[in-house]
Structures are given as structure tokens and as C-alpha cells.
Design a protein around this ligand. Structure first.
Ligand SMILES: [Zn+2]
Ligand SMILES: [Zn+2]
Length: 198
């Protein structure tokens, strides 16, 4: 997969170079974990392509690595998942987004193992999202997918260097342990500028 991804990325960069209104990255690769829902992947692929106006390619499903498993809480360390993805994300101009339905976590402030919906390098090439916490509210699948899309946009916003934002409806707001996606409508101008070509 490494070589194929490299070639696809290089080719795309030439085609997409400098097109106004497109994302600053050239191709987005979606990596479904084996527990990811096929309809959700299809939804993300279509809507992320609409949002970023770059090719969004679906990679073959992969099992999550055992070394990232945190047995006491039955969660995966999101930090370990990002590290695991790093070798496959070798081109600056592309981004890789892991999608899982398993619970994922990180260390945050005084919480050693804190359940989260997404994590990304800021800046970097890889991000991971999970709909596990969005499912807890017994929402219909369409509503879960729409919320997960906002998590994906948020995490990919981090990969281009955006920090958390205090603008009321900006997608880069800190979730702070809650699902705030219902209040978020899009990127504010400042966050948008980092994500899209002028
Ligand atoms: Zn964030
Ligand atoms: Zn913002």
C-alpha cells in the first residue's frame, strides 16, 4: 500500500496544485478499522470530498493494533493509533483519517485515560475518529454520521495547524469532554484560511 499511496499522492499534487477553494492537502485517505460501518465510511467519503474538494480514497479495512489496547478500560489509546499510522502517512501533501467504532482515549489534564471522539497531530498527516461516544445517546444512524463528519472536519483542521478556537459556532471548538457537534455549523474565517487554498 505504501508505494501505491505515494504514487497516487504525487500525481494528485500535480493535478490539484493551487486550485482555489480546495483544501491545502491534495488527497485524503480514509482508513476504516475492521469495526467501522460500511455505510458510515461511504457517507464520510462523499461528504469529506464535498467539503474539501479533493479526492477522498477509501483504503482496505485494517484491524486496530494490539499494542494500542488499554485493557482496564477496554479502549484504544488514540496516541498509539496515530503512531501506528505514521509509517503509512509518508507524504506531506496528503492526510490519513482512521475511522473506528471502538472507544478511544488519551491522557488529558489530570485524567490518565480520558475517552475521546477524535485525536490528530497539530500539525501532522494523521488523525483518528470514533463514533463510539456518539452512539451512546441512542441517536439514529443518520444523526450519528452527521456528528461524526463534524468530528472528522475538526480533527483534519488540526492536521493543518489549527488550534482550538473560541468562535461560537466554529468546528475547531474544544469538545471538552462533551458532544457539542449540534452547535457547530462550519469553520470561522481564521480556521478556514488555514484549511483551504485562497
Ligand atoms: Zn480538537
Ligand atoms: Zn475557528
Amino acid at each position: 500500500m505504501g508505494v501505491a499511496a505515494l504514487l497516487a499522492c504525487g500525481r494528485q499534487r500535480q493535478e490539484a496544485g493551487g486550485v482555489p477553494g480546495r483544501a491545502v492537502f491534495d488527497t485524503l485517505y480514509l482508513l476504516p478499522a475492521t469495526d467501522a460501518d460500511t455505510a458510515t465510511m461511504d457517507y464520510l467519503q462523499r461528504h469529506l470530498a464535498d467539503s474539501f474538494r479533493v479526492p477522498v480514497r477509501l483504503l482496505p479495512m485494517q484491524p486496530l493494533p494490539a499494542f494500542a489496547w488499554y485493557a482496564p478500560r477496554r479502549r484504544y489509546w488514540a496516541d498509539s493509533l496515530l503512531k501506528w499510522m505514521k509509517p503509512m502517512a509518508h507524504m506531506n501533501a496528503c492526510r490519513w483519517l482512521l475511522v473506528t467504532s471502538s472507544d478511544i482515549s488519551t491522557t488529558r489534564k489530570d485524567h490518565f485515560n480520558w475517552g475521546i471522539m477524535g485525536l490528530a497531530y497539530q500539525p501532522g498527516r494523521v488523525a483518528a475518529i470514533s463514533d463510539y461516544r456518539l452512539q451512546e445517546h441512542r441517536r439514529p444512524p443518520d444523526a450519528v454520521r452527521a456528528a461524526l463528519l463534524k468530528i472528522a472536519l475538526h480533527e483534519l483542521g488540526h492536521t493543518v495547524g489549527n488550534a482550538h478556537c473560541t468562535q461560537p459556532h466554529c468546528l475547531m471548538q474544544d469538545a471538552d469532554g462533551r458532544d457539542k457537534t449540534g452547535q457547530l455549523s462550519g469553520f470561522c474565517n481564521t480556521c478556514r484560511k488555514r484549511l483551504f487554498r485562497p
